[in-house]
Ligand binder design. Structure first.
Ligand SMILES: NC(=O)c1ccc[n+]([C@@H]2O[C@H](COP(=O)([O-])OP(=O)(O)OC[C@H]3O[C@@H](n4cnc5c(N)ncnc54)[C@H](OP(=O)(O)O)[C@@H]3O)[C@@H](O)[C@H]2O)c1
Length: 333
């Protein structure tokens, strides 16, 4: 049983003026989660830039025992942004799947400019490179490492189960991002839960997350089984090979990750409740295209740069690509 804790619209209603304009591009699981808690705080003017429109946003948080409901400002076409929203906005939270980034280019062009920071709420390690071709000059781009277990149930309706925050780099010399910028974004959530947290060594954090993703996502999506499949000895060996290959490449990229991280990551997954799944498994079951390239393709590309072979990862990536080819009518491969 959850408690209704907040209702409202997309307009800033908190005490004092709005402290920022935020466009959330892609309001599936992750986008709707962060949008919902921004709307609950009432500090920012929030616009949801979506592909499939909806009237009501419902965020059911099992983790925090509450349900948020809003009638937010939803726009489904970048061409109609003019007049509805003053661009460039302060913040873009990009929360499409990684392979949907090119499709969201119209939003990125319309929303960004000098003074905009795009926080890329996507898995993988190539967030900045993926987004850079699509933004206007002067835009800052930072990777967001999402730790929030969220599942989309229907357009505008999600359930939040675990964690509930994003890690951003403490500093990013190339992009001129500093701790006070992360604090400004976190302040828009007006909460001591720490929706936006900083990490000093972002390379290590990105590769640690990628390691967990290459293990859990591919194996569950290919086998059609929940995370309990890792309890099989033969599957655990595949998982360990995936993790070790990913981490070898990550270390070559500058991540500092200890020798026991791979086994510890798999042990943690084995200890999860038997029904736990992965977002790639849920995408396959729902007939949506798979985010294989941002995970396995990224390992292969970085491995190639360092002359490190990644045969297990390449094989899993190829099988996932073949599965994804015949999913997702709207996007094709
Ligand atoms: N879900 C999690 O628990 C979780 C946790 C950690 C990290 N992540 C990562 O976070 C990222 C987002 O994942 P997600 O689970 O939120 O994905 P998702 O539920 O599939 O949501 C993606 C949303 O983007 C929308 N979209 C696609 N193309 C668009 C476009 N051109 N313009 C506007 N909206 C567009 C989709 O719209 P449609 O409804 O029309 O398809 C969908 O609502 C991924 O990289 C994922 O790996 C997810």
């Amino acid at each position: 049983m959850t408690e209704e804790t907040a209702t409202g619209t997309g307009a800033a209603t908190g005490t004092g003026a709005a402290t920022g304009t935020v466009a959330v591009v892609g309001a599936g699981g992750v986008g709707a989660f962060f949008a919902g808690y921004l709307l609950a705080a009432g500090r920012a003017d929030v616009t949801l830039c979506v592909r499939t429109p909806f009237d009501e946003l419902v965020v059911e948080s099992e983790r925090w025992g509450e349900t948020l409901r809003f009638r937010p400002h939803v726009v489904a076409d970048p061409a109609v942004l003019t007049g509805a929203l003053e661009a460039p906005v302060d913040w873009v939270l990009l929360a499409t799947k990684a392979h949907q980034t090119d499709g969201a280019a119209g939003w990125l062009r319309a929303l960004t400019g000098a003074g905009t920071t795009v926080v890329v709420l996507q898995n993988g390690v190539e967030q900045v490179e993926r987004v850079r071709p699509h933004v206007e000059p002067g835009t800052r781009i930072v990777p967001g490492i999402v730790y929030s277990g969220v599942e989309p149930l229907a357009p505008g309706r999600i359930v939040h189960r675990t964690n509930g925050f994003v890690l951003v780099p403490e500093r990013d010399p190339d992009e001129r991002f500093a701790p006070e910028d992360a604090a400004r974004l976190d302040a828009l959530f007006a909460s001591d839960r720490g929706f936006v947290r900083t990490v000093a060594d972002v390379t290590t954090a990105l590769w640690q997350k990628l390691c967990a993703n290459v293990v859990a996502n591919g194996i569950t999506a290919l086998t059609g089984r929940r995370i309990e499949v890792l309890r099989r000895d033969d599957v655990r060996r595949v998982a360990l090979a995936l993790a070790e290959e990913c981490l070898a490449v990550g270390r070559a990229e500058g991540a500092s990750i200890g020798a026991d991280f791979a086994a510890a990551t798999i042990d943690r997954m084995v200890d999860m409740p038997a029904g736990a799944g992965s977002s790639m498994l849920f995408d396959r079951l729902a007939g949506r295209t798979l985010e294989h390239d941002a995970l396995y393709g990224a390992v292969a590309r970085a491995g190639h740069r360092h002359g490190i072979a990644t045969p297990t990862s390449d094989a899993v990536g190829a099988l996932l690509a073949a599965v994804s080819d015949v999913l997702g009518g709207r996007e094709g491969a």
